[in-house]
Design a protein around this ligand. Structure first.
Ligand code: NAP
Length: 321
């Protein structure tokens, strides 16, 4: 079996694709999954590099606790521990754990206490793997903002994994969405229901002659101050990034004591909760992940390089022979 191993934090160069002769054996609460597809996403990049440093509190301070990379997967249960009753051998499953789950491998064992669900039959293995990371964060960034049907949202970065899932979640709720992307992807986002698409290479969204109830910068390229002119008096600003001076969490704390335009900085917590929502929307045909490049596992370093370039459109899938 193939596995992507690294023994230290660093760039994609620290990864070695190894061939192991043995397949792991599941513990009592674990399933053994034959991986059909997985992705390289921004969480994988954090787990690989150990940056930002705070991530090491969860993944290992000086060196990574988990040597095999990978945070999400879809595949087939091929064996299970004695205590597992949720899944059967032959079930198609998919799951995600942002601190690393060791899924960049042909086979891996995972505890059924992690966020794992049966894969909806309507989507492929590739779509299933690509439905998780960005969509999980999109769910939490939107979850803390109260919006009603017809409210106007400015979504910066509609071709990011988070932004693209957010676009579909907002449209599901009947929200009016103005979204940014580069020229070539305007028709793609329009086909996904965007009400207005702004080409960010030609126009600065913060100078639009419009007012929004919520500004969500899904690629973390703006600031609250820059967006204030396009925010309605009680509008909310959320960014997926800390901000250039790490100001967003602080502004969110202060926001509790002030009136008017505010920053929120939601912290994602239960992946089980977001996965139930994602699964429901897949079943209702209201969410499908945007997939960009596909790489065979043998080209995993290239896949990481591409994701780190900040240029991926939606999700980058890793496939197995
Ligand atoms: N706070 C958290 O818990 C958390 C968790 C996960 C990720 N994040 C952060 O969230 C951000 C987004 O993650 P992601 O996985 O969704 O990103 P991603 O998929 O890597 O985003 C890349 C996409 O964003 C577009 N983009 C880049 N600059 C843009 C701009 N100025 N305006 C509009 N679109 C732009 C790119 O389009 P072009 O190719 O056309 O430039 C590309 O399609 C990352 O910065 C990541 O570090 C935060």
């Amino acid at each position: 079996m193939k596995a992507s191993i690294r023994n230290k934090y660093g760039s994609p160069d620290v990864i070695n694709l190894t061939t192991r002769s043995h397949i792991p054996f599941p513990q009592k609460d674990e399933i053994l999954v034959k991986v059909k597809a997985t992705t390289v996403n921004r969480s994988d990049c954090g787990v690989l590099t150990g940056k930002p440093w705070a991530i090491r509190l969860f993944t290992g301070l000086l060196e990574p606790r988990l040597k095999v990379t990978g945070t999400d997967f879809s595949g087939v249960v091929v064996s299970k521990g004695d205590d597992v009753d949720k899944f059967n051998i032959g079930d198609d499953v998919y799951g995600f754990f942002d601190q690393g789950i060791g899924s960049h491998a042909s086979y891996f064992c995972v505890s059924t206490k992690k966020a794992i669900l049966k894969k909806p039959w309507k989507i492929t293995y590739e779509q299933a793997a690509a439905s998780l990371e960005g969509a999980h964060y999109a769910f939490y960034f939107l979850d803390k903002v109260v919006l009603k049907k017809g409210d106007k949202v400015l979504l910066n970065g509609g071709t990011g994994a988070i932004g693209n899932a957010a676009l579909q979640f907002l449209k599901y709720r009947g929200i009016h969405v103005t979204v940014t992307c580069e020229t070539d992807y305007i028709p793609v986002l329009e086909s996904m229901g965007a009400d207005k698409v702004v080409d960010y290479t030609k126009e600065d969204f913060a100078k639009l002659d419009d007012q929004f109830d919520f500004v969500f910068d899904a690629v973390g390229k703006s600031t609250f101050w820059k967006c204030k002119p396009i925010m309605k008096p009680n509008a909310i600003y959320v960014s997926s990034e800390l901000g250039p001076y790490w100001q967003n969490p602080l502004l969110a704390l202060i926001a509790q004591f002030i009136k008017g335009k505010k920053v929120k900085f939601p912290l994602p917590f239960s992946i089980h909760r977001s996965m139930v929502f994602i699964n429901e929307l897949i079943e209702k045909d209201k969410f499908r992940p945007l997939i960009d490049q596909r790489y065979p596992i043998s080209e995993i370093r290239d896949a990481f390089e591409y994701v780190m370039s900040g240029k991926k459109k939606g999700n980058v899938v890793l496939t197995f022979d």
